[in-house]
Design a binder for this molecule. Structure first.
Ligand code: 5GP
Length: 185
């Protein structure tokens, strides 16, 4: 998609993270994860829907036999702030007992979603549970939660693109940008 496309008019003109920066960082993370998970029973877990683009790119940079599964939790709806209430809208299809689970997430803000999910997955007997997040907003944290692998730390703005939405739109933007406040205010 070209940067003159209609969708780019709704984000700040200076892109936060370009598609080229994303691709380079995903490659680096993939190399690290490949090294760390050598010889283990890896299951990569996508948290729908925001992580789909990152997930698809990320697993192709992990040079190991692995399985995939999907889970969907409630999002912010049409709001740009977390309610703190997490609901599982779609559960896993397969058991994760004795598997090394790598959660592939688009963004961590308050940390509420993933700290809840980590507890749910731990109760199901996973051997280990780690997180790779493309974006991290450490300033937004409301619970203690850290990802083992972080693509980029970003400031406290509301971002869209590369899978991230506002009211289900903008997921197909190839770059990540800050949504202009006039769109949601
Ligand atoms: P947390 O539970 O860590 O507050 O929120 C995690 C989820 O909130 C993410 O998976 C994502 O769906 C949503 N989220 C948090 N910050 C942003 C943001 O800047 N942009 C978008 N589009 N979603 C966000």
């Amino acid at each position: 998609m070209d940067k003159t496309s209609r969708l780019y008019q709704d984000i700040e003109p200076e892109l936060l993270i370009t598609r080229e920066q994303i691709a380079a960082r995903v490659k680096e993370l993939g190399a690290q994860i490949t090294k760390d998970y050598e010889g283990r029973k890896l299951t990569c877990l996508s948290i729908l829907k925001g992580s789909i683009l990152f997930f698809a790119d990320m697993i192709r940079e992990i040079d190991l036999p692995l399985t995939i599964d999907f889970m969907q939790t409630s999002s912010y709806g049409e709001d740009t702030k977390s309610s703190g209430v997490v609901r599982i809208l779609k559960d896993l299809d397969h058991s994760i007992a004795r598997r090394d689970v790598l959660i592939i997430e688009d963004i961590i803000d308050s940390g509420l979603t993933l700290s809840y999910l980590k507890r749910v997955l731990a109760d199901r007997g996973a051997s280990s549970i780690k997180i790779v997040t493309l974006l991290d907003k450490p300033e937004g944290r409301r619970v203690e939660l850290n990802a083992e692998y972080v693509g980029f730390e970003i400031p406290k703005a509301f971002v869209v693109g590369y899978g991230l939405d506002y009211a289900e739109v903008y997921r197909n933007l190839p770059d990540i940008g800050i949504l202009k406040p006039c769109i949601y205010e």
